[in-house]
Design a protein around this ligand. Structure first.
Ligand code: 0O2
Length: 267
């Protein structure tokens, strides 16, 4: 197949990956903006290289004309989660979407591969609107924890290094590390609530501080500078105390003051 023909064939896959990255990152933003815990830690995407496609065609003995039908992961999205529990949440978020249709799924978490590989795979049909047509392509979404991703990345490099013939003693070590990842994810799950509380508290404080500073900045435009400086000094004192409840109270009071100036300026 000519390079130009490959490029034309791969174009919708590139568009799909770009679109899906934006869509999943928007989901993350929506969770963050509404102060909800986000089950998605990171989103990555790639289009399979021509040489990897050819390797797979050769390995599986496919016809070149069947590439788009048989190779389901030309477009690949990877979603990394903090906790194992988040994976099911992401799976149901995807299943509830109307802009993608599930073709098949493989749960290599409840049924890990013999290599030790763990991940949740979904193959989806996704419509890409091109200039002259709407093309339905297949996209593979891999969902896994940070620990599972660390393991898979290292193991993938070793597969590459040993041309898919990893020596037995290294395979054994990899199996041990895969067990360690299972333990790590389980241990992390037991302290999940604690970790989430801590992350939540940090996010709330961060938002409060940025709201307060925005309000103070706005006040400089409409109120007496000396008075605003006093408010600013008061804020630094409350901030140094580190008490989130006091910060919340300060923020509410500041909202009332700001609202008062806004009303004055409108009248
Ligand atoms: P690449 O280089 O990542 O694109 P099969 O060959 O039958 O096992 P199949 O039918 O394509 O694979 O589907 P499967 O098993 O769901 O695997 C799809 C992808 O999952 C692989 O793509 C890998 O990315 C990943 N994967 C599957 N098994 C393993 C594993 O043991 N270790 C690691 N690190 N990744 C794995 P490709 O095209 O094989 O590879």
């Amino acid at each position: 197949m000519e390079l130009r023909v490959w490029r034309e064939m791969l174009d919708p896959y590139y568009f799909a990956v770009e679109e899906l990255l934006v869509k999943f990152r928007n989901l993350q933003k929506e969770f963050h903006d509404s102060n909800q815990y986000c089950p998605i830690e990171e989103v990555q995407g790639r289009v399979k290289s021509i040489s990897s496609i050819l390797d797979k065609v050769q390995k599986k003995q496919y016809e070149l004309g069947d590439v788009e039908d048989k190779i389901e992961d030309i477009a690949g999205i990877r979603i990394i989660c903090q906790f194992k529990e988040d994976i099911d949440k992401v799976v149901s978020l995807i299943k509830n979407r109307t802009d993608m249709t599930l073709k098949s799924e493989k749960d290599y978490i409840r049924n890990p591969k013999s290599s030790g590989y763990q991940s949740y795979h979904m193959i989806l049909y996704y419509d890409v609107n091109m200039v002259t047509e709407t093309k339905t392509i297949q996209v593979e979404i891999q969902i896994r924890t940070m620990g599972m991703n660390f393991w898979a990345t290292i193991e993938h490099s070793l597969q590459y290094k040993y041309k898919r013939n990893i020596p037995e003693h290294i395979k054994e070590r990899l199996l041990n590390t895969a067990r360690a990842v299972v333990n790590l994810d389980e241990e992390m799950s037991t302290v999940r609530d604690e970790i989430m509380d801590a992350q939540n508290a940090f996010t709330i404080k961060d938002r409060l501080v940025s709201d307060i500073l925005k309000n103070i900045q706005g006040l400089f435009r409409v109120a007496n500078t000396r008075e605003v400086m006093k408010i600013q000094d008061e804020f630094y004192k409350v901030y140094q105390n580190g008490n989130v409840e006091q910060l919340k109270h300060f923020s509410k009071q500041l909202d009332i003051i700001t609202e008062g100036y806004r009303a004055q300026n409108l009248s």
